[in-house]
Design a protein around this ligand. Sequence first.
Ligand SMILES: *[C@@H]1O[C@H](CO)[C@@H](O)[C@H](O)[C@H]1NC(C)=O
Ligand SMILES: *[C@@H]1O[C@H](CO)[C@@H](O)[C@H](O)[C@H]1NC(C)=O
Ligand SMILES: *[C@@H]1O[C@H](CO)[C@@H](O)[C@H](O)[C@H]1NC(C)=O
Length: 246
Amino acid sequence: MQLKYISTALLSASAALAQSSGKPGYDCYPHCIASTVSNNSLSFGRHYAVLNLDLINGIVGGVENTTAGKAWIDSTANWIDAVHSQNPPPLSIFTRIYFSNSHKPEVGPDAPFAAVGGALGTAAQPETELYPAFNVHKKAGDVVLQKTRYYAGAGNALEQILSTQHIDTVVLSGIRTSGVILSTAYRLFDLDYKVYVIANNTIESPPNTPDINRNILEGILPKLPVDVITIEQAMAALERSGPAIY
Ligand SMILES: *[C@@H]1O[C@H](CO)[C@@H](O)[C@H](O)[C@H]1NC(C)=O
Ligand SMILES: *[C@@H]1O[C@H](CO)[C@@H](O)[C@H](O)[C@H]1NC(C)=O
Ligand SMILES: *[C@@H]1O[C@H](CO)[C@@H](O)[C@H](O)[C@H]1NC(C)=O
């Protein structure tokens, strides 16, 4: 894929660095993340939504050729497809970061977020489009939202949609763990949603140390408390959940 990757802290840099340092994200390094859930009959209930956050070319490109990045892409893509195969499919919400026009009126030059996301462009630019491994099913009712800050609901109808659809539980995947995942987990926790984060479906991008990912998944999120689960638990829970109401 020939794309110009934004060279900001958001993308955090080059795939070359990722390859040489090896482990930008979560692939059981330095050890496998322990799930916070021991209940082996976990279910997401019937009013759940699946949030697939910031899976855009400009960010995914920074990890796509790393070992951890490939594992993360496979796990997340399989999850998205498994969710779509539910009958009926639950609400899936994707976010993309892009700005309304080339003036980037949402950030301008001065908003602090411009320092990390300001290099991204408009909806028409390939960097802001969803990475092709991740399938959107419009017919199943998938929603794709624009966002312009870290939080998944910044500048869009996320909260309105969750509330109108009577969602009580959200299941998060996305890139980066220290960005959209953390920010969204906090905010939706405070809004009284039951939040699950799928450990295998989150990743930190280089050159951040893998410790950041581990500390968030093992330290910060469980302390909220937000439950951190494995993809295996999430897949099994999917089968026990529903029929989804959406
Ligand atoms: C990853 O590898 C593919 C295939 O070799 C290549 O097209 C793409 O540009 C690479 N991505 C990056 C960010 O280097
Ligand atoms: C997901 O993460 C768990 C540990 O947290 C690990 O045991 C499992 O092998 C991972 N699954 C995949 C498909 O990589
Ligand atoms: C396990 O989870 C299910 C649904 O998520 C719940 O109904 C049940 O009470 C839980 N069991 C325990 C022992 O917490």
